[in-house]
Design a protein around this ligand. Structure first.
Ligand code: CTP
Length: 402
């Protein structure tokens, strides 16, 4: 999704996460978006307007009544200019003010005056985030149509652990791209009210404390599916092995490492979901015993005893309740359709997405070429397309099955 000529207004309020915003500005700028920024007085205590001016190539607005005023109305011009406004970092104070209709500085006045969509990326101490008034304001604003990029869990600058850290600049950037992608697609919310669980990425099976067995799965297909499911309105849980992709917007992320951990997480999430899509590539074998100390170098050969892991899909599909849909993937190098059909019936699946590793397909590629198999129907071969586009096709099928 190109951001060429998209006008994005970024509002910064007073939080330490301000130091991350120049990265966001650069990501957007590289995609040829036009960027303007507004800083509250407290934001200018954390980074200087000069920093933002330099990375955005535009002057930074800070005053409701700037000394060298030009004709026209400063806050109304700024309110009308963008295609999208993002407030990041957004403090509890900022959220409280706009939830109450207070406009006592340039940013809150622009927010009050704008007809444009507004995204909010909160950043604060975990206790401030949990504060009932902050949560009430979050709900009020969410119900009014403000789009939240929820804070992450982890250590905050004040060294407290919990939810409150601003989402990383890369995630904010993805959120902006997703926003324009959805808008361009005129995304119909066909999965509203549905709970979808997607698994993604490889697993790691420990050999000893420093070594593990894994595979080449990048997680791209599963992440694209989760992103598409969320944008179609589904309440989406993504259970992910170790990968290098930021979590998609609006998705509940559960991280796992081993196939056993994946199994436990899937079992739990499956109990209350409408559809499970197993795009992960769990290891089929695991060391029979994981050693507690590092295996030392030796001159002789070393053999590892491997035991099969649980077939998660098969285990879970056996227990599916009426109305639940289970989708599996089949990565095949030969006899693709015949092997995939076998998986479809043996694992009692509702759909299998068949793919074969190739030049532009399979592991670590942004594109894929797949065939969709459902019981008693002819296979549907999709043309080579981005993993995002393929995800929408798969989810169209899921939506029909549901
Ligand atoms: N899968 C699973 N648990 C495993 C291994 C695989 O649930 N321990 C799931 C994958 O997520 C995928 C499907 O099973 O959705 C098929 O995976 P694939 O590797 O193609 O097939 P396998 O069943 O592992 O059989 P084989 O490797 O022999 O083709």
């Amino acid at each position: 999704m190109s951001l060429k000529d998209k006008r994005i207004l970024i509002g910064l309020t007073g939080g330490i996460a301000c130091y991350k915003i120049p990265y966001l500005v650069r990501y957007l700028w590289r995609e040829k978006a036009e960027i303007r920024t507004i800083m509250t007085e407290n934001a200018t205590r954390f980074i200087t307007p000069l920093t933002l001016e330099s990375v955005s190539n535009n002057p930074v607005a800070t005053d409701l009544f700037p000394p060298n005023r030009f004709a026209g109305t400063h806050h109304i011009d700024l309110a009308r200019w963008p295609d999208l406004i993002m407030v990041a970092p957004a403090t509890a104070n900022f959220m409280g003010k706009i939830a109450s209709g207070i406009s006592d500085d340039l940013l809150t006045t622009v927010i009050c005056a704008t007809p444009k969509p507004v995204m909010i990326a909160p950043a604060m101490n975990p206790q401030m985030w949990l504060n009932k008034v902050t949560q009430r304001n979050h709900d009020i604003l969410g119900n009014l149509g403000y789009i939240f990029i929820e804070p992450d869990e982890g250590y905050t600058a004040c060294d407290h652990y919990g939810v409150g850290r601003m989402a990383e600049p890369q995630e904010l950037f993805e959120a902006v791209k997703q926003f324009f992608f959805d808008r361009a697609k005129g995304s119909k919310k066909t999965l509203t009210g549905k709970k979808i669980v997607v698994t993604a990425g490889p697993t790691r099976e420990a050999v000893d404390p420093v070594r593990f067995l894994t595979n080449r799965s990048s997680g791209k297909m599963g992440y694209a599916l989760a992103e598409a499911a969320a944008s179609l309105g589904a309440q989406t849980t993504l259970i992910s092995g170790p990968v290098n992709i930021p979590p998609p917007l609006g998705v509940h992320l559960i991280r796992i490492e081993s196939t056993d951990e994946l199994h436990a997480a899937v079992k739990k999430a499956f109990a209350s979901c409408d559809c499970l899509i197993m795009a992960a590539a769990p290891a089929d074998f695991s060391p029979a015993q994981s050693l507690e100390t590092k295996i030392k170098r030796a001159a002789s050969d070393l053999s590892l005893n491997l035991k099969p892991t649980k077939d998660i899909l098969k285990e879970v599909a056996r227990r599916k309740k009426a109305g639940q849909i289970v989708v599996g993937f089949a990565l095949e190098t030969d006899d693709a359709l015949a092997n995939a059909r076998k998986k479809l019936s043996e694992k009692k699946l509702d759909m299998v997405v068949v793919n074969t590793p190739g030049e532009d397909t399979g592991f670590d590629h942004d594109t894929n070429e797949v065939t969709l198999l459902v019981p008693k129907k002819r296979p549907v071969k999709l043309a080579l397309a981005s993993k995002s586009e393929i995800s929408y096709h798969i989810l169209d099928r899921v939506s029909a099955l549901l």
